[in-house]
Design a binder for this molecule. Structure first.
Ligand SMILES: [Zn+2]
Length: 418
């Protein structure tokens, strides 16, 4: 039955793909102009670029005057881009100043007057299919496929309740990801939601589906059990091994005396991003003789997490600030009494240290029978979408996800209740 309706999905996708191609080519407002791209390097200015482009001084002055109405041109940064457009007689017509993907400014000249405006941003959402086999670890494998660290984090969090796919033991495991990519002005701006993820070890296949209802959202397994984890056991992008476990008595490697070690030490390369293990408020941040750069977060229900030996803190890590699970709070270091790069991670419950590896939380979201039926319906739509996207690797979506999925639901004759 599944195979049958996949064909009904493929035909509209081919149509959408073709229409997109036609629209993309319809950028003809500059078709009679000649454009040259310049990159701003250290010590280059817009004026020096305009001189290089052979623009006369009076025109240069007028362009700068236009820009200075809105921008401080002394703040030009390396890696920004400038495009200069001239007509066939080499007269200046347009300058496009790309500060970044989102902030693009244009100065136009029609031979009589100048006009400056900010280019409206064109936002597109693509649904992309990514798959692979882990060579060294998940982080390096996804980065080598051209993906960003944010995707690694979002993916590993889906299965954090059951497996550590961010550890070195994940070699040869396979993964699949169906993720939205948000493009602004045709460049990848950020990731949207991971709609589906699978992770296969030699023992088991794990699957996670993103599902949203009126009062909850999150990841669920095949049967509708919530995969959301209250506190993440290994809150970091990647770790190579557990260098010290949770114990009442341990010979301290620096102090050479027996002390309890009521935390987990995760060995990881210097600079590995460290995440907030759960939503909470940053309670303290200080430099300690033993703990080095330390950070504490207070969570609800009497929980607290502690992070030590950091190399540095992230920009937003300020005491009193609310952080969401997965926000970067700092980077792995070797500060304080430490013999190698690692994260010392501790969890307290009602002021008593507990073993982070033994934490177990009941699911906060439990679907009732009706909700499970709706969920299963939705899950089938995601499977269809997965199959379709696999065939094309990536394709654009013009409508919102809700509508998009609704259309797919119509095609396969199911109501998604979105
Ligand atoms: Zn430790």
């Amino acid at each position: 039955m599944k195979k049958f309706y996949y064909y009904f999905i493929l035909i509209p996708i081919i149509l959408v793909f073709t229409i997109y191609g036609l629209i993309a080519q319809n950028d003809d407002h500059r078709k009679d102009l000649i454009g040259v791209k310049y990159s701003i390097k250290k010590n280059t200015t817009i004026i020096s670029i305009l001189k290089k482009a052979g623009i006369k001084q009076n025109i240069r002055d007028s362009i700068i005057l236009q820009f200075e109405k809105t921008l401080n041109l002394k703040q030009c940064m390396a890696n920004e881009e400038i495009y200069v457009f001239t007509n066939s007689d080499m007269n200046f017509r347009q300058l496009e100043y790309r500060k970044n993907i989102v902030d693009i400014y244009i100065v136009e000249y029609d031979g009589n007057s100048f006009n400056m405006f900010k280019k409206p941003n064109e936002k597109k959402i693509h649904t992309a299919y990514i798959s692979g086999r882990i060579k060294t670890n998940l982080y390096e494998t996804l980065i080598s496929l051209g993906e960003g660290p944010e995707l690694v984090k979002n993916f590993s969090y889906i299965f954090a309740k059951e497996i550590d796919c961010n550890s070195n033991r994940s070699k040869n495991d396979e993964f699949e990801i169906l993720v939205e990519k948000i493009f602004i002005n045709d460049k990848l701006y950020t990731y949207g939601k991971i709609l589906y993820a699978s992770y296969e070890t030699d023992k088991r296949l794990y699957e996670g589906f993103y599902y949203k209802d009126d009062d909850f959202s999150g990841y669920f397994d095949m049967d509708g059990n919530s995969l959301n984890e209250k506190i993440i056991k290994a809150p970091m992008a990647f770790y190579s091994r557990i260098s010290s476990g949770f114990t009442q008595k341990r010979l301290h490697p620096v102090l050479k005396i027996y002390l309890p070690h009521k935390a987990i030490d995760y060995a990881a390369p210097r600079g590995t991003p460290v995440y907030a293990a759960a939503d909470g408020i940053i309670k303290h941040k200080f430099l300690d003789r033993y703990g080095g750069r330390v950070l504490f977060i207070e969570h609800d229900d009497g929980y607290e997490t502690e992070y030590m030996h950091l190399q540095s803190y992230s920009k937003n890590s300020q005491p009193g600030k609310f952080v969401k699970q997965g926000d970067i709070i700092g980077y792995v270091g070797n500060s304080g009494s430490s013999t190698g790069y690692h994260l010392h991670f501790a969890v307290k419950h009602n002021n008593v240290y507990i073993n982070p590896r033994r934490m177990h939380f009941e699911s906060e979201i439990v679907l009732n029978e009706d909700q499970i039926n709706t969920y299963c319906n939705y899950r089938e739509i995601i499977y269809s979408l997965l199959f379709a996207t696999k065939s094309f690797i990536e394709f654009p979506t013009y409508c919102s996800k809700k509508r998009y999925l609704f259309e797919y639901a119509n095609i396969i004759g199911k109501s998604p209740n979105l």
